[in-house]
Design a protein around this ligand. Structure first.
Ligand code: RTP
Ligand code: MG
Length: 157
């Protein structure tokens, strides 16, 4: 039997302030149900500066100020999700940015079910692996790889 090797990938997922009270548990259950490992998790109220950094690629967009304000209005849950193809799979689970579109094209997606509108759309996910690495580093600092963590545990015994 041939064993194919699928490398693990990490992505940054955020449960946005609009979804924290009502939908946080359902979203977490679904994340686990789809086979993601949550390798780090942190609840925090983002500062303006942090929200601007996370979304700096959108600095020139007309919705940038509203977006930053929204992201700072209450606690967010920041998660590192680990799985094969995690970036694409998490975006697939989220669905399109606009819930009105999501309801048509991806009715089972998180945004179709939990988002209120194109701004207040319940979840964030890195758009590519490079962004995932940068934003994870920004939010969580230097994280050891799982292999390194295993190694540490080995020497602790
Ligand atoms: P995200 O970055 O949060 O995962 O969302 P996304 O890739 O699906 O969408 P993106 O274009 O990166 O936009 C980032 C977030 O900005 C808000 N937005 N508002 N009012 C508007 O037209 C508008 N467009 C985008 C949403 O919160 C979106 O998720
Ligand atoms: Mg985006």
């Amino acid at each position: 039997e041939i064993n194919f090797f699928f490398p693990q990938q990490k992505t940054l997922a955020v449960i946005k302030p609009d979804a924290m009270e009502q939908h946080r548990e359902s979203i977490l259950e679904e994340i686990h149900g789809r086979g993601f490992s949550v390798t780090q998790l942190k609840e925090m109220v983002l500062s303006r500066e942090m929200a601007e950094e996370i979304y700096k690629e959108h600095k020139e967009k007309p919705f940038f100020d509203q977006l930053v304000e929204f992201m700072c209005r209450g606690p967010c849950l920041m998660l590192i999700l680990t799985k094969e193809n995690a970036v694409e799979e998490w975006r697939d689970m989220m669905g399109p940015t606009d819930p009105d579109q999501a309801k048509v094209t991806s009715p089972n997606s998180l945004r179709a079910r939990f988002a209120s509108d194109i701004l207040h759309n319940s979840v964030h996910g890195s758009s590519n692996e490079q962004h995932a690495k940068e934003k994870i580093q920004f939010i969580f600092g230097d994280i050891s790889s799982d292999a390194e963590l295993e190694g540490d545990r080995e020497t602790d015994r």
